[in-house]
Each structure stands twice: as structure tokens, then as C-alpha cells.
Design a protein around this ligand. Structure first.
Ligand code: SF4
Length: 360
């Protein structure tokens, strides 16, 4: 209640931070913003253009829709084709092209697809439609995983037998380890996500500093928050330190949110997940535990998934690994647009390609 928000829109503060960044930035450095919301904040506020010449801001794999692999999209489409199934999902997912279809195309062909804003909405839908088999598409990082865990627990407590979840949740640390270990990227520091960190805290990132010598700063999403995060990172680089610091102190506790973490742990166990562009990463996915197997859509319906094909010419994999910027994809803006997206990075409002399309 005693937080002073007035500073966040403060141009003087912003100017001071930009000066600090210019004064302390090394001659050459690459900082990666991990989270899609940061990607949008950086693009919308023109922060990339405010940086010193040698300071590159690269976008990472933090858009959950974008990192969902085609096999998972195809599996959801196969579930949608099962008679009597209603797919409930966040809006972005309906437009992501799978190998030969999308949820939107399936809906146009008469299949039942409902857009919801939370897994609890999906649960309410299932309760109100006992004649339907309601499948919720669980995609996202630790900001959404606890809500899905709670929905599954509630469904069990209610004895609701027509609600299941397709679980494609992921966590970030394994993906970050892969990226900092990639010698072609030469990452120097990480701008870490505020939202996810309110749940997981700072601890899961600690190994990045200790094992790889990569500094990280957890920060929020206002323009000044992002500048503050970058200023703290260039200061660490300048002083030769590698630590995980928290600039988003109003939201993040070092140990995270124990209640949300306990809910995840009760319902899910970690497993290998396949990421678009990054491949299989051990421990980076969440599978529904055997005790809750009745609520696992794949185990209940065993969908018949078509052979997977990646969208032709789409470079989302390289965009998600920061190997290319979105406007270096040959299809960017010519063939691929938000109205006619070829890959998920152009579909999702948090996708790098969509952010570039809108703001560059
Ligand atoms: Fe894929 Fe379109 Fe992005 Fe190219 S611009 S990487 S085709 S989403």
C-alpha cells in the first residue's frame, strides 16, 4: 500500500538510467530479454534505439505460445476432432498453425472450440455442460501453471468427470541453460521476467551466475523497470560481477510464492519437454501426476496425432534462439503478417515477430 508508483513514468529517472547505461556499458555485449512481455515493452518504447551502439538486446524464448512445439499443437487439434470434445483455450492458441490445421480452422469446420480467460472458466464451462468432454489447453510458464493445478484439484474435489487438461506447461531455467551454453550466441547477461519470478523467486536462476558467470536481473514491465534492469546488468558487467539481482522488489521475494509452488508440485511432476526451436530439454516440462491421471486429456482420449511438419520457411526456431532478428526472416512482412501468420511468433501478442511487426 505504501508503494510510490509515480516514479515509474518519470522521464528524469529514465534519462538518468540511460546515462548510466551509456557510461557503464562494455564496448560489446549481448543482453537477452527472456520474457515476451519484456520483448513487447522494449519494442513499444523504442528502448533498443536508446542503447549504446555495442549493446545488443536479443529476444529470448519467453512467449509460451511461441515455444509450444508443432507436435503439441497437432495433439490439441487431434483432441478437437474427437466427437463430443470441446476445446477450451486462451485466444492466441486458436490461431497458431499446426502441421495442416489450426483450432480456428477446426472451429470453422464445425468442431467445438471455446475461448476462455482462465482455467477456472474452463472448469465452470465443464460444470455447465455435463454432456460435453471439456479439454483445457494448458500452455504457459509458472504464472499459469498454479492456476491449472488448482483447477485440476477443484475438479477432483467436485467429482467432475468431464474436465481434462492437455498439459504443455514449461519452466524457464533449463531453456536458459541451453541458451547461455550456446557458443554462437555469446550471451553476456539476462533480463529476467518479473511475473514468473513472483512464483519461482530468484533461486532457480542462481546457477546461471554461479556456474556460467552470467549476471541476471529480475525486473518489471514498465519502461523504467526495463531500463533499471539493463542499468543494473551493465553495472555488473562493468564491475566484473555475476549475480542474480532483483529490481522488481515490489513483486518478487527471493523464495517465490510457496503456496503456488506447492499447488504445482501436488498436481504436476517435471518431465522432458520439447520446445519449438530449442528441442528436448530435460526437466523443463510439467506432466500431470498419476494421482490425477483422470484429468490428463492425452491419457484419457489417446488422440490420433497426424505426422508433424513445421511451417514451411518459418524461422521461429531461430528467432526463439536469438540467432536472427524477426525482420531477418525472409517471410517477415511479405508473406507473414499478424492477419496471415505463418508461425506462432507472429500470432502471439507476446511473440517477437508480432512485436517487430507492430513497432519497427
Ligand atoms: Fe515465422 Fe513469420 Fe516470424 Fe518468419 S516472420 S519467423 S515466418 S512467424
Amino acid at each position: 500500500a505504501d508503494i510510490d508508483f509515480s516514479a515509474f513514468k518519470d522521464p528524469k529517472l529514465a534519462r538518468g538510467l540511460i546515462e548510466t547505461i551509456h557510461r557503464l556499458a562494455p564496448e560489446h555485449a549481448t543482453l537477452m530479454e527472456v520474457c515476451g512481455t519484456h520483448t513487447v515493452a522494449i519494442a513499444r518504447n523504442g528502448i533498443r534505439d536508446l542503447m549504446p551502439e555495442g549493446l545488443r538486446l536479443a529476444s529470448g524464448p519467453g512467449c509460451p505460445v511461441c515455444v509450444t512445439c508443432n507436435r503439441d499443437i497437432d495433439t490439441v487439434i487431434a483432441l478437437a476432432r474427437i466427437p463430443n470434445v470441446t476445446i477450451t483455450t486462451f485466444g492466441d492458441m486458436t490461431r497458431v498453425p499446426g502441421s495442416t490445421s489450426s483450432l480456428l480452422a477446426e472451429q470453422a469446420a464445425g468442431r467445438s472450440v471455446e475461448i476462455v480467460y482462465s482455467p477456472l472458466d474452463a472448469l465452470a464451462f465443464a460444470k455447465a455442460h455435463p454432456e460435453r468432454e471439456v479439454v483445457f489447453v494448458g500452455v504457459g510458464f509458472e504464472t499459469t501453471t498454479p492456476l491449472v493445478a488448482m483447477a485440476i484439484k477443484r475438479a477432483k474435489a467436485m467429482g467432475l468427470s468431464n474436465f481434462t487438461v492437455f498439459a504443455a506447461h514449461k519452466n524457464m531455467p533449463g531453456a536458459l541453460e541451453l541458451l547461455v551454453g550456446d557458443p554462437t550466441l555469446e550471451l553476456d547477461a539476462l533480463i529476467l521476467p518479473g511475473h514468473v519470478s513472483t512464483i519461482i523467486g530468484a533461486e532457480p536462476y542462481r546457477f546461471l551466475a554461479e556456474k556460467y558467470g552470467i549476471p541476471g536481473v529480475i525486473t518489471g514491465f514498465e519502461p523504467v523497470d526495463v531500463l533499471q534492469g539493463i542499468a543494473m546488468l551493465v553495472r555488473q558487467l562493468h564491475e566484473g560481477r555475476a549475480e542474480i539481482e532483483i529490481a522488481y522488489a515490489r513483486g518478487v521475494m527471493p523464495e517465490g510464492n510457496p503456496v503456488a509452488l506447492a499447488a504445482i508440485d501436488e498436481v504436476f511432476e517435471t518431465c522432458t519437454a520439447t520446445w519449438r526451436g530449442l528441442g528436448d530439454i530435460p526437466g523443463s516440462g510439467y506432466r500431470i501426476r498419476d494421482e490425477f491421471a483422470n484429468f490428463d486429456a492425452v491419457r484419457r482420449f489417446e488422440p490420433d496425432v497426424e505426422p508433424t511438419r513445421d511451417p514451411k520457411g518459418c524461422r521461429c526456431g531461430d528467432v526463439l534462439r536469438a540467432r536472427i532478428a524477426p525482420n531477418e526472416c525472409p517471410l517477415f512482412r511479405t508473406v507473414c503478417t499478424p492477419e496471415n501468420p505463418v508461425g506462432p511468433c507472429m500470432v502471439s501478442s507476446e511473440g517477437s515477430c508480432a512485436a517487430y511487426y507492430r513497432y519497427y
